[in-house]
Every structure is written in structure tokens, then in C-alpha cells.
Design a protein around this ligand. Sequence first.
Ligand code: FUL
Length: 507
Amino acid sequence: MKIDDISFLEKMVAVVPNAPQKHIEEMGCYAFIHFGMNTFTGKEWGNGKEPVSTFTLKDADTDQWCTCLKEAGMKGLIYTAKHHDGFCLWDTKTTDYKIMNSPYGRDLLSELRVSCDKIGIELGVYLSPWDRNSKHYSTPKYNEFYLAQLQELLTGYGDLFTMWFDGACGAHMDGKPAQVYDFASYYSLIRKLQPNCAISNCGPDVRWVGNEEGRARYSEYNVVPAYNADTQTIQKGSQQTDTDKFEKIDNMSEDLGSRSVLSNYENLMWYPAEVDVSIRPGWFYHKSQDKKVKSIDKLLNIYYGSTGGNSMLLLNVPPNREGKFADADVIALKGLGDRINSAFAEKMKVKSASGNILIADDVANGIEVTITQSEYQEYTITFDACDIDKAMLVEDIDFSQRVEMFELSTNVDGEKIIVFNGTVIGHKKIARFDIVNTDNLTISIKKCRLDAHIKTFDVYKTDYTTIKSERLDGIKSYFKILGTTIYLHHLERAKAKSAKKLAKQNK
Ligand code: FUL
């Protein structure tokens, strides 16, 4: 099939999200709570033999989890109801290896549900398919056992925005063959009991981005070949050994959804990427990592790349043995929230608009649009002149993902300045560019699957902070890849240069 054929373009844009996918994409950013036996043993993977008495939790401040996450801009959290060790952190009837038999003796998931509702944040659940405690594991009976666990979680704890299946499996470590999971039955139970719950990671709704270091692709597509949902493929790419040095794992190709890739496949699906990453080196809390919490700049860059790069950010924040987020994590979360709020504090009020695309939000806000004919699809807005450095773009994904290449430019004293070149927009693209003082911005769609359906084209006044951190992080990772000692020298120079520029701007 030719990649520019109308029939091929129509085939691609016929692929649209289902309701749970739309909801989770709308959330954009939510947290992981890794908490359990490992919190008390200092491990990342428990062996399922640790006695329940090891879980010496006295109190858990679930209100604090929810409040800190909400202030950081997170719309939900996913609780590890059962990690690979099989220890269940809810009141289950399926096993004795559970929180109710530990010194804590209460249903922490119920307590968390109350906090989520009180503070206004959604709840999701992680239930590890790999279970090192269950005697049924590696036998057909395990599927019944797992379904019973799912049933309890899906019926006892209100609405869940997601059910997270982890592909990691080290059954060989216990001398067992890997379980043959009946994923089809798991999925249909979820669809039956909670039709709005997105099935994530090893699942049909949300795609694992392919690494655990917080990196989305430069062009993160939603429409991909349907083979991507093959759960076994994901399982192979997940963590296979007990270590927190898992950052290098990446078995997914860089281009999953360009026209040329899609043209090789008969079946396509909507499959948005989720970027899972921990705020610390490990997924579980270890005191020794208190000084290794990611910096606010680093977190912000992850946020822009994922939530702002047509993916969902799933940021892990592990509570400590007191059942609270440690100070370092609280500070980082607060910093992240403050920076996001400050970056998007001032949206430019659109005065006029012209072009040959209708931007739904502007039309809804009563902005008069002059539709003109032109070779490209183009749209210009004007506002009161000021320093700007970012635009938020949203496609109406009910019409699929259409934009493949776009440009942002401004006209300053009769001269066109291109401020940003981009590819995919999809559910959300935050385009950041060098600060420019102007009263207009134009989006030109350079390549598109049929006509563009843009919902939002918002422009923000700069807060003079975000560009600096992005550059430093870029330089840092570049030299990290090179693995040379020049990195420090260059980093210091870049820091000094950037500080100087900032001081000048703020004068
Ligand atoms: C991995 C697991 O092995 C880690 O412990 C963690 O839960 C991470 C999110 O997924 O596959």
C-alpha cells in the first residue's frame, strides 16, 4: 500500500481511543506507590518467604500521600496491592499471606480509598501476575486464584482508573516454569466489572513505553500496529533480575507509528504510551537512597517529555517504613508542582485568530476566526505583546491522531522567526522554545493524515525558569552517554552561562 494513498490515510484515522483510554490520557500524570514487604526488608524483589511479622508498619499517612501527589499535579495513584512476593496489602480471602495477618492488621487499601476520595485523587491498582508465594503459581489453578484476587479488588474498593499488570517474571529463580497466564479472562473480568478501568502495561489499553528511566520517544504515536499489545513481548522486555540497575532495558523500537511502519501491518490499534519511572533509583523505599531523589529539574524534564509528549507519566513515590513519604520526596514533589504551576500561570488571552484550521477552544471562547485558503493548514493567533516560551497543543483524538509534522513561528517586525519544529501532537504536546517577545504565534501543519482536528492552541508567558533546566539536563545526559569526564567541565560552564543569561533577562 502506498503511504500517501487516501485509503491508507483513512484507515489510520479510523483508529480512535476507547473510553478508558481517553480518560487516562486526559489524566496525563499520576503516581505509583510501591509499598509492601520490600519496604521492611530493604529488597526490591521479595522471595515470598518473608514472614508476615516482618511487615511492622504501625501507621500509614495515606492523606499525606494523596495531598503531596495532588499538589505535584498528579491526578491519581496506583497502589501495589501485591508485588512479586505475593504479600497482599488488602483484606483478601484468597491467601493468609496478607496485611491482615501482619502487625498492622488493617486494610490499608480501604484506608487509601478514603484518603483518595477525601483529597480528590483517583485510585488504581497494581497486581503482580508473578507471585512467589502462591502454591498455585506455575499451574492452571493459579489463573483461578488470580481471577479471585482481581474480583475482590474490582468489587471492594470503588472505581479504579487502571489495573496494572506487571510483565516482570523471574520464575526461573524459584526453579519454576513461567506461568501461562490467562490474560484474556483477566481482561474480560475487568471489562465486565469496571468498564471504565484502563488495562495497563501488559494490557490492551495502555502501552509500556519500553524503558524505566522516564524517557518517551521524540515522536510518540498512539496509532501503532496491533501486534504491540502482545503481552509476551512486553514480558520479555521487563525486569528479569532483582536489581535496581534496570535503567538500560529498552527492547522497543524508536519508530512505532510512522506511515512507513504502519503500512506494513494489516491491523492497527490505539495504544498510548505510559512512562513509568521512580523518583528514586529503586521502586521501593531505601533509606540509603534519600540523597538520590531526582532533582526538580530532572522531574520537570521528565514531565515535559512524557505528559507534554503525548504520553502519560507514571511517577513512582515509595512511602517509607513510617508509612509516609520521606522529606526528600516531599520537597521534590512540592518543587515539581510549583514549577508546573509557575510555568503555566499565565495563558495569553487570544485577541484575534485567522487561518484555515478551526481551533475548537478558540471558537468556543468566542474568538472570531477568519478562514482563508492556503496551501498549508495554518492558524495564527494574536495577543498582547510579551515574552513567551511555550505552547500547548491538543488534537481532538475522537478524530484520531493526525498531525505528523508542524512548525511554530512568529512574525516580529515583518520577519518570520521559526521557534519550534515538531512531529506528533496527539493528546498533548507541550512545545517549548527560546524566549521571544511577540504578539503573535502561528502553527503550520506540514504533514497530516487528512485534515487536522486541533482542539487547543494555547500560548504561555515565560516564567524564565524552564528553558534553563532543559538545556542543562540535555547536556548532562549527552556527556553521560559519551561516558567522559569532560562532562563536569562542560556542565559547570553551561551552568555559569545559563545563570548569566538568566540574570540578564531578569534585570
Ligand atoms: C518491574 C518490577 O519488577 C519492579 O519491581 C516494579 O514493580 C516495576 C514497576 O516493574 O517490572
